[in-house]
Design a protein around this ligand. Structure first.
Ligand code: NAP
Length: 283
């Protein structure tokens, strides 16, 4: 069994981004909009800030109080950011309070500044083929990059993705299909999850339920990518996969922490640099 070391691969990406950013006269600027005081969001935002500092991307955080915002007020802010020439990337940290309608907020972001890759324009390009992939969702993009680093070619593999969110599961399934894996996507209404995981050569789990995938659900020699991040009562971070037992059967597996998480942040830095180039060429 080999650990897929996301920290290591992420560092390589960050180093490459940093070299390019340092060669620019004006550095890229990423603006993050954070609404409310969700502790998990605070942690993710801190990690993104640290990565920006590491690679030389200018960081701007706009904090809004959950009680003060409406869908319209967040959209107005995004329109302002879209107009600002000094802003190259816009990221709205999810989740938003339930009274704010996320699809409308995402829709308002200039596709050229959409560093999360959640805009219909960017998702559409990703849907067409890998060749057209542009600013694409950071987590599944990070999964592809970690597979590439370890020379894992998914072509012809039976791949099962557990979770079908717009952020991870759906784009992950599409990206694997673009590489000619035979993809099964599972979700909350999947009748018999094990029947779909047990035959998978590649298993990607993105649900948010610790211990969801146990060793009896995994094929010998499978490649297991655990996207889940769950904080246990004792403060320990774990994924969705029973790492201790599944790692005994897997050929490759990502740890949590240190697997997909750092890749997501590294891909965000890469996307911000890409957005910078798109916005400076546009003018
Ligand atoms: P999400 O929007 O809550 O989506 C979870 C998905 O899992 C949904 O499609 C849901 O189906 C499905 N699901 C729930 N229970 C299930 C079950 N018992 N069996 C099969 N599918 C089930 O979450 P997300 O944003 O995709 O994130 C998933 C996990 O990845 C979370 O732990 C999150 O913290 C983590 N995450 C990690 C990174 C990283 O960088 N490592 C990045 C993003 C997210 P329904 O929608 O039909 O209910």
């Amino acid at each position: 069994m080999q650990i897929l070391d996301g920290k290591l691969v992420a560092k390589e990406i960050l180093d490459t981004v940093a070299v390019e950013v340092r060669s620019l006269t004006v550095p890229p600027r990423l603006v993050v909009v954070l609404v409310g005081d969700n502790p998990a969001s605070e942690t993710y935002v801190r990690m993104k800030r640290k990565a920006c500092e590491q690679v030389g991307i200018v960081w701007e955080l706009i904090r809004l109080s959950a009680g003060d915002v409406t869908t319209e007020s967040v959209i107005d802010l995004i329109h302002e950011l879209n107009q600002r020439d000094d802003v190259h990337g816009i990221l709205v940290q999810l989740p938003l309070p339930s009274h704010v309608y996320v699809p409308q907020v995402i829709k308002a972001i200039d596709p050229y500044k959409d560093v999360d890759g959640f805009q219909a324009y960017n998702l559409g390009k990703m849907f067409l083929s890998e060749e057209f992939m542009d600013l694409s969702p950071c987590t599944p993009k990070g999964v592809l990059k970690i597979l590439d680093h370890y020379n894992i070619d998914v072509k012809g593999m039976d791949a099962t993705v557990v979770g079908h969110s717009n952020v991870v599961g759906k784009p992950m399934s599409t990206m694997l299909l673009n590489r000619n894996a035979t993809v099964t996507t599972c979700h909350i209404d999947t009748k018999d999850l094990k029947s779909h995981t047990i035959g998978a050569d590649l298993l990607v789990v993105a649900v948010g339920k610790p211990g969801l995938v146990t060793a009896d659900m995994v094929k010998d020699g499978a490649i297991v990518i655990d996207v889940g991040i769950n904080k246990l009562a004792d403060g320990k971070l774990v994924g969705d996969v029973d790492f201790e037992n599944v790692s005994k059967k897997a050929s490759y597996i990502t740890p949590v922490p240190g697997g997909v998480g750092p890749m997501t942040v590294a891909c965000l830095m890469e996307n911000t640099l890409m957005a910078y180039k798109k916005n400076t060429v546009k003018k």
